[in-house]
Design a protein around this ligand. Sequence first.
Ligand SMILES: Nc1ncnc2c1ncn2[C@@H]1O[C@H](COP(=O)(O)OP(=O)(O)OP(=O)(O)O)[C@@H](O)[C@H]1O
Length: 274
Amino acid sequence: MPPIRLRGVSKSFKSAQVHALDDLTFDVGKGEFISVVGPSGCGKTTLLRLINGLIKPDNGEVLVNGRPPDPKQNMAMVFQSARLLPWRTVAGNIEFVLRLRGHSRADCRDRALALLGAVGLRDFADAHPHELSGGMRQRVGLARALAVEPDVLLMDEPFAALDAMTRETLRIELLRLWERRHMAVVFVTHDIDEAIILSQRIVVLRPRPGRIDAVVPVDLPEPRSQVDPRGLPAFADLRRSLWDRIHAMGREGTVLEELTGAFSEHAPNRGEPR
Ligand SMILES: Nc1ncnc2c1ncn2[C@@H]1O[C@H](COP(=O)(O)OP(=O)(O)OP(=O)(O)O)[C@@H](O)[C@H]1O
């Protein structure tokens, strides 16, 4: 059984009369890194919330390690902002999660320091969140997520609020951690290049209701923490084909506005008529 399995999953928000997701079926394999892309409102965050069990599907089945999602499972989520406890130190934020899992005080401290070392923040263990930059706080968020040794890691646009250089550094750090630990990752992003750089497969969603438009394999060299694929012709081809797919959604007249807003920063041929 793969770590994540979805079969015919649909979800509506009746109060808002929104049919958010319709008939989603796919698996995420052990140690697989997949990204989910699609225009604003196509249901990416809803998909993550279904996988971590915060909400339940109306139809179909979501299984994590063969069971319905349960907060006690080894699963972690990273959001766009790290949501740290401001009154705790950096190490204290990680220790807190470990204490909840029943680790001894001394063990928590050792583990927290090791994790902070892994994300390059060992020297900031006793600082408070307000003393850190946005990128550093996201690193702490990542370390805290890894503290539970998740076999499923869900990430909702974790680098979207960061500047380009910090984003680049954190991508490489994430890849290094994933290459070492090989957890199953579902990474939501608006950034097509980021999706290609990080993933082994990309799930493209189309909106209203959110459906799978395609599941695209990324056949580029690994380990990606060492081989930057952006100069390769295969990268350009894949980027082009993803963009063609997304523009085709726009031509169908369903999503042009959202696409222009959400994807324009990275669109090839920006501003050129198509
Ligand atoms: N709790 C909720 N109640 C009502 N409607 C909701 C709720 N959560 C999501 N929706 C609606 O479901 C649809 C999908 O939302 P979702 O946040 O999953 O999209 P998204 O692809 O993550 O969007 P974005 O890229 O803008 O973050 C949207 O139309 C949204 O308004």
